[in-house]
Design a protein around this ligand. Sequence first.
Ligand SMILES: C[S@@+](CC[C@H](N)C(=O)[O-])C[C@H]1O[C@@H](n2cnc3c(N)ncnc32)[C@H](O)[C@@H]1O
Length: 326
Amino acid sequence: MPSGSNTLKPVSPAGLLDRSAPARGEDSMLVLQRNARTLCTLCHRFNIEPSTAILERVASIYDRRPSWVTAESHPTDLLILYLAARGLRPQRVVEIGVASGLSTCGLLAGLADAGVPAKNPQDGRETVQSFDILEHVPWDENRPIGAAIAEVLPELAAGARINTFRTSLDLERELGDVPVDLAFIDGAHNHPWPLIDAIQLSKVMDPNGWIILHDVALVERAMLEAHLRRMTKLPFTPSRGAEWHFEMWPSEKLRGSESGHNVALVRPLPLETLRMHPNLQALVALPWESAPPEAAQSILVEFCGSEAVERGKILGRPGQALLPSS
Ligand SMILES: C[S@@+](CC[C@H](N)C(=O)[O-])C[C@H]1O[C@@H](n2cnc3c(N)ncnc32)[C@H](O)[C@@H]1O
């Protein structure tokens, strides 16, 4: 059949998995209004009255993103970050994976609207501590990590410290005694990095806090994009790390709906609960998609056992260019 003769247009499921961020100039308020269930679920969980004003606040942040921010969060991601920060009123927030800092803006706005001070009164340090393995945004080496914050929310930028060349392995060393009650994991999504990040966060977090996970639905996203673009192959290789972590992490869970389906929340857990938990052992034994440094692998051995770690490494080896050849 010649291309273009098929008049049936592929249609995105209404409101579900809006695949990508709205184009520049598109009304992000309309996008957010299609996410009523996500709004209500999060508001209910965090004791906030749902309102149009909340959507307008988040849309205004999203619409102020500078033109150089080409890879960005979806407005619904910002909505979830905003609501969690506003409802939880955390003393300290940790973010793993910052890039432009658009997500940091969602957190900062929620904190400010809840009246949480920019600096923690106990240690005088910025309430939001953001960590990134790089010094410059991955797609533009002229922009420092977090550079969008000063452009989008200059009045709140003093509330975030951007810790570059840092990963979750540095958390214990970099953070003081103030317990972390909210975290956002959006760094390396390839397995087993999200698990490493969550174990490391559990070492510094209050067990009543929440960890927000980004990109828990990358497979659905890739399949939907292939469908919409009539492709016979997936347009990108989706990492499974965040999705597997969300499924198997043994805590209370919460997930966004509609286009918030790609974001989920889990609880940090006491280390004695995590150590050798059967779910963690099964999780780490799934095929590794990356080769974390030795220090991170030692943490996994401590929490999951060497047998399960070896199994994940061996299963991950075929085709995984990132894994060491030895
Ligand atoms: C998807 S971007 C973050 C986007 C940002 N959270 C937002 O929504 O605006 C991922 C970032 O994580 C960083 N990164 C990758 N691996 C990491 C790791 N293991 N630890 C910390 N940061 C990492 C990358 O340098 C990149 O800047």
